[in-house]
Design a protein around this ligand. Structure first.
Ligand code: NAD
Length: 322
Protein backbone atom coordinates (compact mmCIF):
# COMPACT_ATOMS: atom_id res chain seq x y z
CA UNK A 1 0.00 0.00 0.00
CA UNK A 2 2.17 2.89 -1.20
CA UNK A 3 -0.30 5.74 -0.60
CA UNK A 4 -0.65 4.57 2.98
CA UNK A 5 -3.23 7.06 4.22
CA UNK A 6 -5.80 5.51 1.95
CA UNK A 7 -7.60 2.33 2.84
CA UNK A 8 -7.79 -1.16 1.33
CA UNK A 9 -11.06 -2.70 0.13
CA UNK A 10 -11.47 -6.46 -0.10
CA UNK A 11 -14.48 -7.30 -2.30
CA UNK A 12 -15.88 -10.84 -2.06
CA UNK A 13 -14.36 -10.92 1.44
CA UNK A 14 -16.55 -13.65 2.92
CA UNK A 15 -15.36 -16.45 0.63
CA UNK A 16 -12.67 -19.08 1.03
CA UNK A 17 -9.79 -16.69 0.22
CA UNK A 18 -11.16 -13.49 1.76
CA UNK A 19 -11.79 -15.11 5.14
CA UNK A 20 -8.04 -15.59 5.46
CA UNK A 21 -6.72 -12.71 3.36
CA UNK A 22 -8.63 -10.03 5.32
CA UNK A 23 -7.06 -10.97 8.70
CA UNK A 24 -3.61 -11.15 7.05
CA UNK A 25 -4.05 -7.65 5.56
CA UNK A 26 -5.36 -6.35 8.89
CA UNK A 27 -2.33 -7.72 10.71
CA UNK A 28 -0.07 -5.89 8.26
CA UNK A 29 -1.92 -2.60 7.76
CA UNK A 30 -4.08 -2.31 10.88
CA UNK A 31 -7.71 -3.47 11.26
CA UNK A 32 -9.22 -0.03 10.66
CA UNK A 33 -7.43 0.27 7.29
CA UNK A 34 -8.96 -2.82 5.69
CA UNK A 35 -12.63 -2.73 4.68
CA UNK A 36 -14.18 -6.19 4.23
CA UNK A 37 -17.06 -6.20 1.74
CA UNK A 38 -19.24 -9.32 1.58
CA UNK A 39 -22.09 -10.03 -0.78
CA UNK A 40 -24.90 -12.38 0.30
CA UNK A 41 -22.90 -14.87 2.34
CA UNK A 42 -22.34 -13.36 5.76
CA UNK A 43 -19.16 -14.44 7.57
CA UNK A 44 -19.00 -15.35 11.27
CA UNK A 45 -19.65 -12.58 13.79
CA UNK A 46 -16.01 -12.52 14.95
CA UNK A 47 -14.94 -11.73 11.37
CA UNK A 48 -17.59 -9.01 10.98
CA UNK A 49 -16.50 -7.34 14.21
CA UNK A 50 -12.73 -7.50 13.63
CA UNK A 51 -12.72 -4.34 11.48
CA UNK A 52 -14.88 -2.29 9.10
CA UNK A 53 -17.45 -4.56 7.46
CA UNK A 54 -19.91 -3.67 4.68
CA UNK A 55 -22.06 -5.45 2.11
CA UNK A 56 -21.53 -4.89 -1.60
CA UNK A 57 -22.68 -6.18 -4.96
CA UNK A 58 -19.48 -5.56 -6.93
CA UNK A 59 -21.39 -5.60 -10.24
CA UNK A 60 -23.10 -2.39 -9.08
CA UNK A 61 -20.63 0.31 -10.14
CA UNK A 62 -22.43 3.13 -8.31
CA UNK A 63 -22.45 1.18 -5.06
CA UNK A 64 -18.75 0.41 -5.48
CA UNK A 65 -17.96 4.06 -6.27
CA UNK A 66 -19.89 5.14 -3.16
CA UNK A 67 -17.80 2.81 -1.01
CA UNK A 68 -14.53 3.94 -2.59
CA UNK A 69 -15.45 7.57 -1.87
CA UNK A 70 -16.80 6.99 1.62
CA UNK A 71 -13.72 5.09 2.82
CA UNK A 72 -11.08 6.78 0.62
CA UNK A 73 -10.04 3.46 -0.89
CA UNK A 74 -6.54 3.41 -2.40
CA UNK A 75 -6.23 -0.31 -3.23
CA UNK A 76 -8.66 -3.13 -3.98
CA UNK A 77 -8.26 -6.87 -3.55
CA UNK A 78 -11.02 -8.10 -5.80
CA UNK A 79 -12.12 -11.64 -4.89
CA UNK A 80 -15.80 -11.62 -5.91
CA UNK A 81 -16.50 -14.52 -8.21
CA UNK A 82 -18.59 -17.44 -9.36
CA UNK A 83 -16.27 -20.48 -9.35
CA UNK A 84 -15.93 -23.11 -12.09
CA UNK A 85 -18.70 -25.59 -11.23
CA UNK A 86 -21.20 -22.84 -10.35
CA UNK A 87 -20.19 -21.07 -13.56
CA UNK A 88 -21.19 -24.12 -15.61
CA UNK A 89 -24.56 -24.19 -13.85
CA UNK A 90 -25.13 -20.53 -14.76
CA UNK A 91 -22.67 -19.30 -17.44
CA UNK A 92 -24.60 -16.04 -17.99
CA UNK A 93 -24.24 -15.05 -14.36
CA UNK A 94 -20.58 -16.13 -14.27
CA UNK A 95 -19.84 -13.74 -17.15
CA UNK A 96 -21.77 -10.92 -15.52
CA UNK A 97 -20.30 -11.30 -12.02
CA UNK A 98 -16.72 -12.19 -12.91
CA UNK A 99 -16.08 -9.69 -15.68
CA UNK A 100 -18.67 -7.01 -14.84
CA UNK A 101 -17.28 -6.60 -11.35
CA UNK A 102 -13.65 -6.66 -12.55
CA UNK A 103 -14.34 -3.94 -15.12
CA UNK A 104 -15.91 -1.79 -12.37
CA UNK A 105 -12.90 -2.29 -10.12
CA UNK A 106 -10.41 -1.42 -12.87
CA UNK A 107 -12.37 1.66 -13.98
CA UNK A 108 -12.59 2.93 -10.42
CA UNK A 109 -8.92 2.11 -9.92
CA UNK A 110 -8.14 4.55 -12.73
CA UNK A 111 -10.78 7.13 -11.73
CA UNK A 112 -9.56 7.28 -8.12
CA UNK A 113 -5.85 6.87 -8.98
CA UNK A 114 -5.49 3.81 -6.78
CA UNK A 115 -2.03 2.54 -5.92
CA UNK A 116 -2.79 -1.15 -6.52
CA UNK A 117 -5.39 -3.71 -7.59
CA UNK A 118 -5.13 -7.44 -6.92
CA UNK A 119 -7.24 -9.88 -8.93
CA UNK A 120 -6.73 -13.64 -8.75
CA UNK A 121 -6.84 -15.73 -11.87
CA UNK A 122 -6.80 -19.52 -11.87
CA UNK A 123 -5.48 -22.71 -13.45
CA UNK A 124 -8.88 -22.61 -15.19
CA UNK A 125 -7.34 -20.34 -17.86
CA UNK A 126 -5.80 -23.50 -19.32
CA UNK A 127 -7.60 -26.12 -21.40
CA UNK A 128 -7.08 -29.44 -23.16
CA UNK A 129 -4.84 -27.87 -25.83
CA UNK A 130 -2.43 -26.54 -23.19
CA UNK A 131 0.61 -28.68 -22.28
CA UNK A 132 -0.75 -30.23 -19.07
CA UNK A 133 2.55 -31.11 -17.40
CA UNK A 134 4.75 -28.32 -16.09
CA UNK A 135 2.47 -25.83 -17.87
CA UNK A 136 4.52 -22.77 -18.88
CA UNK A 137 3.75 -19.18 -17.88
CA UNK A 138 3.06 -18.21 -21.49
CA UNK A 139 1.14 -20.87 -23.39
CA UNK A 140 -2.14 -21.74 -25.15
CA UNK A 141 -5.19 -20.45 -23.24
CA UNK A 142 -8.29 -22.22 -24.61
CA UNK A 143 -10.44 -23.07 -21.58
CA UNK A 144 -13.61 -25.14 -21.86
CA UNK A 145 -15.51 -23.54 -18.93
CA UNK A 146 -17.18 -20.14 -18.74
CA UNK A 147 -15.20 -19.56 -15.54
CA UNK A 148 -11.98 -20.13 -17.51
CA UNK A 149 -13.18 -17.86 -20.30
CA UNK A 150 -13.79 -15.06 -17.77
CA UNK A 151 -10.33 -15.62 -16.29
CA UNK A 152 -8.59 -15.38 -19.69
CA UNK A 153 -10.56 -12.25 -20.58
CA UNK A 154 -9.97 -10.83 -17.10
CA UNK A 155 -6.22 -11.41 -17.29
CA UNK A 156 -6.10 -9.54 -20.59
CA UNK A 157 -8.24 -6.73 -19.20
CA UNK A 158 -5.84 -6.36 -16.26
CA UNK A 159 -2.88 -6.27 -18.61
CA UNK A 160 -4.66 -3.65 -20.74
CA UNK A 161 -5.38 -1.34 -17.78
CA UNK A 162 -1.74 -1.56 -16.74
CA UNK A 163 -0.43 -0.87 -20.27
CA UNK A 164 -3.02 1.78 -21.19
CA UNK A 165 -3.56 3.60 -17.88
CA UNK A 166 -0.55 2.62 -15.77
CA UNK A 167 -2.79 0.99 -13.13
CA UNK A 168 -0.65 -1.28 -10.94
CA UNK A 169 -2.71 -4.46 -11.36
CA UNK A 170 -1.25 -7.77 -10.19
CA UNK A 171 -2.58 -11.31 -10.29
CA UNK A 172 -1.86 -14.95 -9.48
CA UNK A 173 -3.15 -18.08 -11.16
CA UNK A 174 -4.09 -19.84 -7.96
CA UNK A 175 -4.17 -23.65 -8.12
CA UNK A 176 -7.01 -25.40 -6.23
CA UNK A 177 -6.90 -23.95 -2.72
CA UNK A 178 -7.17 -26.14 0.36
CA UNK A 179 -8.28 -24.61 3.67
CA UNK A 180 -10.61 -25.20 6.62
CA UNK A 181 -11.62 -21.72 7.92
CA UNK A 182 -14.27 -21.03 5.27
CA UNK A 183 -15.43 -23.01 2.33
CA UNK A 184 -18.19 -21.94 -0.01
CA UNK A 185 -18.05 -24.71 -2.63
CA UNK A 186 -18.86 -24.35 -6.30
CA UNK A 187 -15.38 -25.23 -7.59
CA UNK A 188 -13.83 -28.27 -9.26
CA UNK A 189 -11.18 -28.86 -6.59
CA UNK A 190 -13.79 -28.92 -3.78
CA UNK A 191 -13.05 -32.64 -3.18
CA UNK A 192 -9.63 -31.66 -1.81
CA UNK A 193 -11.37 -29.74 0.99
CA UNK A 194 -14.54 -31.80 1.49
CA UNK A 195 -12.57 -35.00 2.08
CA UNK A 196 -11.17 -33.72 5.40
CA UNK A 197 -14.48 -32.81 7.01
CA UNK A 198 -16.01 -36.04 5.69
CA UNK A 199 -13.11 -38.08 7.11
CA UNK A 200 -13.38 -36.52 10.56
CA UNK A 201 -17.18 -36.51 10.83
CA UNK A 202 -18.24 -39.64 8.91
CA UNK A 203 -15.12 -41.69 8.23
CA UNK A 204 -16.11 -41.90 4.58
CA UNK A 205 -16.04 -39.71 1.46
CA UNK A 206 -17.43 -40.13 -2.02
CA UNK A 207 -15.10 -38.22 -4.33
CA UNK A 208 -16.55 -36.66 -7.50
CA UNK A 209 -13.37 -37.13 -9.60
CA UNK A 210 -11.68 -40.47 -10.19
CA UNK A 211 -8.70 -41.67 -8.16
CA UNK A 212 -6.16 -41.02 -10.92
CA UNK A 213 -7.09 -37.32 -11.32
CA UNK A 214 -4.03 -35.09 -10.75
CA UNK A 215 -4.37 -31.36 -10.13
CA UNK A 216 -2.11 -28.61 -8.82
CA UNK A 217 -3.22 -27.69 -5.29
CA UNK A 218 -2.02 -25.28 -2.63
CA UNK A 219 -2.59 -24.91 1.11
CA UNK A 220 -4.19 -21.55 1.90
CA UNK A 221 -1.27 -20.21 3.98
CA UNK A 222 0.93 -20.49 0.89
CA UNK A 223 -1.70 -18.71 -1.22
CA UNK A 224 -2.03 -15.84 1.26
CA UNK A 225 1.73 -15.50 1.53
CA UNK A 226 2.06 -15.53 -2.28
CA UNK A 227 -0.54 -12.76 -2.47
CA UNK A 228 1.13 -10.61 0.17
CA UNK A 229 4.59 -11.12 -1.34
CA UNK A 230 3.43 -10.33 -4.87
CA UNK A 231 1.73 -7.14 -3.71
CA UNK A 232 4.75 -6.05 -1.64
CA UNK A 233 7.23 -6.59 -4.49
CA UNK A 234 8.76 -3.55 -6.11
CA UNK A 235 6.86 -2.68 -9.26
CA UNK A 236 10.06 -2.91 -11.33
CA UNK A 237 10.19 -6.65 -10.56
CA UNK A 238 6.72 -7.39 -11.96
CA UNK A 239 7.14 -8.63 -15.53
CA UNK A 240 3.74 -10.34 -15.82
CA UNK A 241 0.61 -8.17 -15.79
CA UNK A 242 -1.84 -10.86 -16.86
CA UNK A 243 -1.33 -13.27 -13.94
CA UNK A 244 1.55 -15.34 -12.53
CA UNK A 245 1.65 -19.14 -12.44
CA UNK A 246 2.19 -20.14 -8.79
CA UNK A 247 2.59 -23.76 -7.89
CA UNK A 248 2.86 -25.78 -4.68
CA UNK A 249 1.94 -29.50 -4.86
CA UNK A 250 0.37 -31.92 -7.33
CA UNK A 251 -1.13 -35.26 -6.33
CA UNK A 252 -3.90 -37.61 -7.42
CA UNK A 253 -7.24 -37.80 -5.62
CA UNK A 254 -6.27 -41.40 -4.77
CA UNK A 255 -2.99 -40.27 -3.16
CA UNK A 256 -4.91 -37.69 -1.15
CA UNK A 257 -7.40 -40.31 0.05
CA UNK A 258 -4.50 -42.63 1.01
CA UNK A 259 -2.74 -39.84 2.93
CA UNK A 260 -5.98 -39.14 4.85
CA UNK A 261 -6.53 -42.88 5.49
CA UNK A 262 -3.00 -43.10 6.96
CA UNK A 263 -4.03 -40.59 9.61
CA UNK A 264 -7.74 -41.33 10.21
CA UNK A 265 -8.46 -44.85 11.45
CA UNK A 266 -11.01 -46.69 9.33
CA UNK A 267 -11.39 -43.91 6.73
CA UNK A 268 -12.65 -45.11 3.35
CA UNK A 269 -13.13 -43.26 0.08
CA UNK A 270 -14.91 -44.21 -3.11
CA UNK A 271 -14.87 -42.41 -6.43
CA UNK A 272 -17.97 -41.48 -8.43
CA UNK A 273 -17.00 -38.93 -11.11
CA UNK A 274 -19.65 -36.37 -12.13
CA UNK A 275 -19.59 -33.43 -14.60
CA UNK A 276 -16.61 -31.93 -12.78
CA UNK A 277 -14.37 -34.78 -14.02
CA UNK A 278 -14.29 -33.27 -17.52
CA UNK A 279 -13.32 -29.88 -16.08
CA UNK A 280 -10.56 -31.44 -13.97
CA UNK A 281 -9.27 -33.37 -17.00
CA UNK A 282 -8.93 -30.12 -18.98
CA UNK A 283 -6.71 -28.50 -16.31
CA UNK A 284 -2.94 -28.96 -15.85
CA UNK A 285 -1.34 -31.65 -13.71
CA UNK A 286 1.43 -29.29 -12.65
CA UNK A 287 2.59 -25.75 -13.40
CA UNK A 288 5.93 -24.15 -14.12
CA UNK A 289 6.13 -21.15 -11.78
CA UNK A 290 9.76 -20.24 -12.46
CA UNK A 291 8.82 -16.70 -13.56
CA UNK A 292 7.18 -15.98 -10.18
CA UNK A 293 10.21 -17.48 -8.43
CA UNK A 294 12.62 -15.31 -10.42
CA UNK A 295 10.61 -12.08 -10.35
CA UNK A 296 9.56 -11.84 -6.70
CA UNK A 297 11.02 -14.89 -4.96
CA UNK A 298 7.98 -17.20 -4.78
CA UNK A 299 8.56 -20.48 -2.93
CA UNK A 300 5.85 -22.77 -1.49
CA UNK A 301 6.14 -24.28 2.00
CA UNK A 302 3.43 -26.95 2.26
CA UNK A 303 3.88 -30.41 0.71
CA UNK A 304 1.19 -33.12 0.70
CA UNK A 305 2.07 -34.44 4.14
CA UNK A 306 2.12 -30.97 5.80
CA UNK A 307 -1.12 -30.05 4.02
CA UNK A 308 -2.97 -33.19 5.18
CA UNK A 309 -1.67 -32.91 8.75
CA UNK A 310 -2.60 -29.23 9.01
CA UNK A 311 -6.03 -29.75 7.46
CA UNK A 312 -6.98 -32.63 9.78
CA UNK A 313 -5.85 -30.71 12.87
CA UNK A 314 -7.65 -27.58 11.65
CA UNK A 315 -10.92 -29.35 10.86
CA UNK A 316 -10.92 -31.12 14.25
CA UNK A 317 -10.18 -27.89 16.08
CA UNK A 318 -12.88 -26.02 14.15
CA UNK A 319 -15.49 -28.68 14.92
CA UNK A 320 -14.50 -28.59 18.61
CA UNK A 321 -14.99 -24.80 18.67
CA UNK A 322 -18.67 -25.16 17.70
N1 NAD B 1 -10.77 -21.31 -4.06
C1 NAD B 1 -9.99 -21.75 -5.04
O1 NAD B 1 -9.60 -22.92 -5.05
C2 NAD B 1 -9.55 -20.80 -6.13
C3 NAD B 1 -8.68 -21.30 -7.12
C4 NAD B 1 -8.29 -20.45 -8.14
C5 NAD B 1 -8.69 -19.12 -8.15
N2 NAD B 1 -9.53 -18.66 -7.17
C6 NAD B 1 -9.94 -17.26 -7.25
O2 NAD B 1 -9.78 -16.61 -5.99
C7 NAD B 1 -10.78 -15.60 -5.84
C8 NAD B 1 -11.55 -15.85 -4.55
O3 NAD B 1 -12.15 -17.13 -4.63
P1 NAD B 1 -12.79 -17.86 -3.37
O4 NAD B 1 -12.29 -19.25 -3.37
O5 NAD B 1 -12.67 -17.04 -2.15
O6 NAD B 1 -14.30 -17.93 -3.88
P2 NAD B 1 -15.61 -18.01 -2.99
O7 NAD B 1 -16.70 -18.51 -3.87
O8 NAD B 1 -15.33 -18.76 -1.73
O9 NAD B 1 -15.84 -16.48 -2.61
C9 NAD B 1 -16.23 -15.55 -3.55
C10 NAD B 1 -17.12 -14.56 -2.88
O10 NAD B 1 -17.60 -13.68 -3.89
C11 NAD B 1 -18.89 -13.29 -3.47
N3 NAD B 1 -19.66 -12.74 -4.58
C12 NAD B 1 -20.36 -13.39 -5.53
N4 NAD B 1 -20.99 -12.51 -6.33
C13 NAD B 1 -20.66 -11.28 -5.89
C14 NAD B 1 -20.98 -9.96 -6.28
N5 NAD B 1 -21.81 -9.73 -7.30
N6 NAD B 1 -20.47 -8.92 -5.58
C15 NAD B 1 -19.65 -9.15 -4.53
N7 NAD B 1 -19.32 -10.36 -4.10
C16 NAD B 1 -19.81 -11.42 -4.77
C17 NAD B 1 -19.52 -14.55 -2.89
O11 NAD B 1 -20.56 -14.21 -1.98
C18 NAD B 1 -18.33 -15.20 -2.19
O12 NAD B 1 -18.31 -14.92 -0.81
C19 NAD B 1 -11.66 -15.69 -7.10
O13 NAD B 1 -11.22 -14.77 -8.05
C20 NAD B 1 -11.40 -17.11 -7.59
O14 NAD B 1 -11.65 -17.23 -8.97
C21 NAD B 1 -9.95 -19.47 -6.17
Amino acid sequence: MSNCNRKILVAGAAGQVGTELVPALRRRYGPENVIAAAHRTLPEESFRKAGPFVTLDATDEDALRGLVRAYDIGAIYHLATLLSADGERDPERAWHVNLGSLKNVLDLGVEFEMSQVFWPSSIAVFGPTTPLVHTPQRTVLEPTTMYGVTKVAGENLCHYYWARYGLDVRGLRYPGLVSYEAFSGGGTTDYSVEIFTAAVTRGHYTCFVDASTVLPLMYMDDAIRATMELMAADSSRITVRTSYNVSAVSFTAGELAAAVADRVNGFTCDFEPDFRQAIADSWPDSMDDSVAREDWGWKPEYDLSALVETMLNGVREKLARR
